[in-house]
Design a protein around this ligand. Structure first.
Ligand code: FMN
Ligand code: FE2
Ligand code: FE2
Length: 407
């Protein structure tokens, strides 16, 4: 990946990883990005996952043209970015390590030393001149961990954004392929840029909602700080470097972090065993489409990736929850789902309920209780109560719900 003459990509692609952070499926792999800035002084920004330390050091050596780095900047101590610290410090004993004070506490926890004689403790607004390039460090607590800082490089106007603006998927996965062959006219770049945004969104949304979604306020703080800087490029720690249409990416982050819906659509998330609730959910989707609802999505909570279902709840304005009763509670997958939603600070949405049960339905009561602590949810007045299968009465409730949701 070409960034510029002075800023080189030295990250790696992981295609072996089964679950990112122990829970997220990454069918297209994952990238751990690391950057090298070559100037009078040489700085490396972050390392990579432990499985790739050798490969990373090799790349670093290759790209530095037999010069040796002066600084390792540690923006984030999560091991997918920090595992190579000790190996780096051993390979380059003359280099200094720069990180925030809370990051140095973690460095000591992870590596048994905080490199006291070779370190610079960085705080908000500190700068580091490399020659032509100057780094300004900004703290970004809880985007994703408390020690996080991001780095602005003022010569090329690059924001190194740590986990913010990251995305699931390796960089050599097809979807991130470069626009080779097309002539570099302004028009082509614009079209390619738009395509890149569209390709980026789904897995960046799932990544954002899953990983930093809970910390909307802290992301807003970072976005406000970043507004003071002229940013021409964003270099995150996962996923592609963002170079065109930055305002679109930043606007998406504004939407996501303020818990606004990205779309006026409806997600119908259901949990069904024998299929009756599923059929009711599909029927509701059909009725919504008949009424002109542009975007309606149904998701079987037992068979769809949970983080995808969580991300979609944040994506759409309206959420319909349809679950069977199971042992006087709701079906387990629905329970997990609502638990995840509340953990991610789900708020500001319209929610509707459908329940099913054959003898004593209690799913709806339990679903409502599970969402009790969510802020600013509006419950639809129409409720659908099914006893085993839809009948005239519950069908009428379903019609009424469809009507209410498109109003
Ligand atoms: C493991 C299990 C536990 C259940 N527990 C209850 C219950 O406590 N109360 C109830 O009314 N129905 C209970 N049911 C019945 C289902 O909620 C009911 O048959 C429902 O109509 C199934 O809808 P479906 O066709 O969408 O799976 C249970 C079903 C299963 C499989
Ligand atoms: Fe992280
Ligand atoms: Fe990360």
């Amino acid at each position: 990946m070409v960034i510029s003459d002075a800023i080189q990509y030295i990250g790696v692609n992981d295609h072996e990883l089964d679950l990112f952070e122990g829970q997220y499926q990454v069918p297209k792999g994952m990238s751990y990005n690391s950057y090298l800035i070559l100037d009078e002084k040489i700085a490396v920004l972050d390392s990579v996952d432990a499985h790739f330390t050798e490969e990373w050091l090799e790349r670093l050596k290759e790209k530095s043209d037999s010069r040796r780095p002066d600084y390792l900047v540690v923006q984030h101590m999560e091991p997918d970015h920090s595992a190579g610290i000790a190996a780096f410090m051993e390979t380059y004993p003359e280099a200094e390590i720069l990180a925030s004070a809370p990051a140095f506490n973690m460095i000591k926890q992870f590596f048994g030393t905080d490199f006291a004689d070779r370190r610079k403790v960085i705080k908000e607004g500190d700068t580091l001149s490399l020659g032509t390039h100057t780094l300004t460090f900004l703290s970004a607590p809880m985007v994703h961990w408390p020690e996080v800082m991001v780095t602005y490089e003022s010569h090329e106007k690059v924001l190194f954004s740590a986990d913010a603006f990251g995305k699931f998927g390796a960089l050599d996965a097809e979807e991130n392929g470069s626009a080779e062959g097309s002539e570099s006219t302004a028009e082509n770049r614009n079209a390619e840029g738009n395509k890149a945004v569209d390709t980026w969104i789904p897995e960046a949304r799932r990544y954002y909602i899953g990983i930093v979604g809970k910390y909307g306020m802290q992301v807003q703080n970072l976005l406000k700080k970043a507004e003071a800087f002229d940013i021409r490029m964003i270099c995150p720690l996962h996923g592609p470097v963002l170079q065109e249409h930055l305002e679109k990416y930043i606007n998406l982050y504004k939407t996501w972090s303020s818990y606004e819906a990205e779309s006026e659509g409806v997600l119908i998330a259901y949990a069904s065993v024998y299929g009756h609730t599923k059929r009711a959910a599909e029927l509701l989707a059909e009725k919504l489409r008949e009424r002109g609802c542009q975007e309606v999505k149904t998701a079987d909570l037992a068979r769809t990736d949970m983080s995808e279902c969580v991300a979609d709840a944040f994506r759409y304005r309206k959420l319909v929850l349809a679950a069977i009763t199971c042992n006087a509670d709701m079906f387990p997958f629905m329970k997990t789902y609502l638990n995840q939603l509340t953990e991610h600070n789900f708020q500001n949405r319209t929610v509707a309920f459908m329940e099913n049960g054959s003898w004593a339905p209690t799913a709806m009561k339990n679903m409502k209780a599970a969402l009790e602590n969510c802020k600013n949810l509006t419950y639809a007045e129409s409720e659908v109560h099914i006893k085993s299968d839809l009948n005239e009465e519950s069908l009428a409730q379903l019609e009424a719900l469809a009507e209410e949701l498109v109003k």
